[in-house]
Design a protein around this ligand. Structure first.
Ligand SMILES: Cc1cc2nc3c(=O)[nH]c(=O)nc-3n(C[C@H](O)[C@H](O)[C@H](O)COP(=O)(O)OP(=O)(O)OC[C@H]3O[C@@H](n4cnc5c(N)ncnc54)[C@H](O)[C@@H]3O)c2cc1C
Ligand code: FES
Length: 360
């Protein structure tokens, strides 16, 4: 089955920085969801299945940035796409569903995020609710079309009319009958999903990796069901949708030093960090009480970020030497931490020398 190398997805190196994407097509998926398909920019548009872009919506009262997962699959779909579901009273989701049209240009921050398989040697259990299908769709298509994994999808929706991608899922089932199982959970028929109910839909779990996307209570019951079925927590990955409260399109804010992590350690004993980014190596001083992302931006190094709150994984780097401490980590799981992933927007140094890479 599959490989540990995701280069086959056309995903390395990822596109970086800010760019403008031109809308090619808008597909009405359900009454309240639409896919916005973009022209692939000159020079390509690289991303990993499960990653998201940040859209800067220019609304009448200013710029509103929001994250949207790519529902297209790299290496398979020629044009990158996001799928947006209306949120009651939501500013950007409704604006996009109502106004996105072919020819329109959209400001975007390049794909990022840690909700992406790094290892395609396992089978997958994907558990999604509502618009949580978007990153799941990219992962499922890649697992089926680029690799040869078996995938079980458990997909919860209010009712049959609200199922996004129902035709695509049915076609994939017909095309891959021995490798793709879809279990729909319709609240109109079965009520809210429960751990026991989800557990009853999980068949083979041996050696699988699970990807969960939906509201927190939904992911909690899915997690419980997967653990009860014998899947270790380290194999269960989650993506939570929320609206950004910071503006990653604004110029880097003035840095605010964090409180010292180790009060006993003299502040003057700064660390040094060696940074590999976009094929270049930089070495900079890293004050003990400073957040790595701030230090890098202050030194003119264009490190990626989105939320600056430890939620999105958009500032992920790989630690290659030394150790850091993260103040908040709401996105990297045990597997990510073991492969050396850390969040620049939350890291302070622990060791005197640290080496990191954005290119790994
Ligand atoms: C990594 C990631 C990936 C994502 N991928 C997707 C995706 O693929 N598809 C998708 O549809 N969404 C996705 N999201 C969610 C998306 O970013 C937005 O959060 C979503 O579209 C809602 O944004 P909005 O501007 O429409 O709503 P907001 O305007 O942000 O409002 C959200 C809710 O808060 C309420 N609200 C807003 N302001 C107030 C206030 N002042 N007081 C009280 N209540 C208030 C609104 O009524 C609404 O119910 C993703 C989020 C993340 C973090
Ligand atoms: S920028 Fe979102 S976790 Fe760091």
């Amino acid at each position: 089955m599959g490989s540990t190398d995701d280069a086959a997805t056309g995903a390395t190196p990822p596109t970086s920085g800010r760019l403008q994407l031109r809308v090619r097509e808008v597909i009405r998926e359900t009454a309240d969801a639409a896919s916005v398909v973009f022209e692939a920019p000159d020079g390509g548009f690289n991303y990993r299945p499960g990653q998201f872009i940040t859209v800067g919506a220019h609304l009448a009262d200013g710029l509103a940035p929001r994250c949207y997962s790519l529902s297209s699959a790299p290496g398979h779909d020629p044009h990158p796409a996001i799928t947006v579901k209306r949120v009651d009273g939501g500013r950007v989701s409704n604006w996009l569903v109502d106004n996105a049209a072919p020819g329109m240009s959209v400001d975007v921050i390049a794909p990022t995020g840690a909700f992406t398989p790094r290892d395609w040697t396992h089978d997958f259990v994907v558990v999604a609710a509502g618009s949580g299908i978007t990153p799941a769709m990219s992962i499922i298509k890649t697992a089926l079309m680029t690799h040869d994994n078996a995938v079980t999808l458990i997909y919860a929706n209010r009712d049959e009319q609200s199922v996004i991608f129902s035709d695509t899922l049915a076609t994939l089932q017909e095309t891959y009958p021995s490798r793709f199982v879809v279990q729909h959970w319709l609240e109109s028929e079965r009520g809210l999903p429960t751990a026991a109910g989800i557990g009853s839909l999980i068949a083979a779990i041996d050696d699988a990796a699970a990807y969960l996307c939906g509201p927190t209570p939904f992911m909690d019951v899915a997690h419980e069901a997967l653990e009860a079925a014998g899947l270790p927590t380290g194999r269960i990955h989650r993506e939570l949708f929320y609206s950004l409260t910071t503006n990653p399109f604004a110029a880097a804010a003035a840095t605010t030093p964090a409180a010292p992590v180790s009060p006993g350690r003299p502040a003057e004993s700064g660390a040094r960090v060696t940074v590999e980014i976009e094929g270049e190596t930089h070495e900079v001083e890293w004050p003990r009480d400073a957040i790595l992302l701030d230090v890098l931006l202050d030194n003119g190094i264009e490190a990626p970020y989105v939320c600056r709150e430890g939620n999105c994984g958009g500032c992920e780097f790989i630690l290659t030497e030394g150790e850091v401490e993260m103040r908040v980590n709401d996105t990297l799981d045990d597997f990510d931490l073991r492969r050396g992933a850390r969040l620049a927007c939350q890291s302070v140094p622990v060791t005197d020398t640290v080496a990191i890479s954005y290119d790994s």
